[in-house]
Write a protein that binds this ligand. Structure first.
Ligand SMILES: Nc1ncnc2c1ncn2[C@@H]1O[C@H](COP(=O)(O)OP(=O)(O)OP(=O)(O)O)[C@@H](O)[C@H]1O
Length: 237
């Protein structure tokens, strides 16, 4: 099966200690992969490494077989929305997306398409400083979608979304994967992730678990949350 993203013994030191050590897994076409772990586990570091924002200390992280930084028109292949990708608050949502559209090198219609996809059409003319947290989150997801990528890399995408937004995101990611796309999603919302992920990676600097959602759930008597605590607990022993 086609591999969209790959970590191959990826390690990254922050100062004298490893933030991520020896991470190896693939994101295959048609799947949603959930990356989970406690605060400081290295999830954001791994996603930043995959999207060319930092250099690994050793190993590799690649998208479509290449270093992200070598991709031509990367936004048309990989949609990225990571923590800290803040939007200039004085811009309107539409203006922000127009800038993303120009940077992605795609047609102007993409802006209306993604505004519609994330249900921000009515608020497109408002300044981002007046957006709620959930609206900013949807705008961030929209900016990742502008280039019609095949792979999405999303850090905590459900953060701040209301129940409707969470449901939308769940169906969106499922449809996206059903159409042959893939998504690598970090999340602390285990019950939500259980609804959407095909595969799960549990990270706490090193990989504690990697496998299908069903395999993970079986380790926790049928629930991802129980499995998560059981796996973290046995790693601490
Ligand atoms: N810019 C940085 N400089 C130095 N150390 C950093 C930096 N960013 C993160 N770290 C350290 O790297 C480790 C992993 O952090 P990271 O943000 O990747 O974890 P995370 O799993 O995304 O956490 P959270 O769930 O809290 O977002 C932590 O020990 C953190 O203190």
């Amino acid at each position: 099966m086609t591999i969209h993203a790959s970590f191959d013994h990826f390690s990254k030191k922050r100062g004298s200690r490893f933030a991520v050590e020896d991470l190896t897994f693939d994101v295959r076409a048609g799947t949603v992969v959930g990356l989970i772990g406690p605060n400081g586990a290295g999830k954001s570091t791994a996603l930043a490494g995959l999207t060319g924002l930092l250099e690994p200390t050793s190993g590799r992280a690649t998208v479509f077989g290449s270093d992200y930084r070598t991709l031509r028109r990367p936004a048309t292949k990989v949609g990225v929305y990571l923590e800290g990708m803040d939007v200039e608050p004085g811009l309107t949502g539409r203006r922000h997306l127009q800038i993303c559209q120009l940077a992605a090198g795609v047609d102007r219609e993409s802006v209306d398409r993604v505004l519609d996809q994330v249900d921000l059409v009515a608020d497109a003319g408002r300044r981002v400083r007046d957006y709620s947290l959930g609206m900013r989150q949807r705008l961030g997801i929209a900016s990742a979608l502008v280039g019609s990528p095949q792979l999405l890399v999303l850090d905590e995408p459900a953060n701040g979304l209301d129940p409707e937004g969470i449901q939308w995101l769940r169906w969106f990611l499922r449809d996206f994967a059903a159409d042959g796309g893939s998504a690598l999603v970090s999340s602390h919302q285990l019950m939500e992730l259980e609804q959407v992920a095909d595969e799960v990676v549990i990270l706490k600097q090193r990989t504690l678990f990697r496998g299908s959602l069903d395999e993970a759930k079986a380790m926790g008597g049928g629930s991802l949350e129980s499995a998560y605590f059981a796996i973290l607990g046995s790693a601490a022993e």
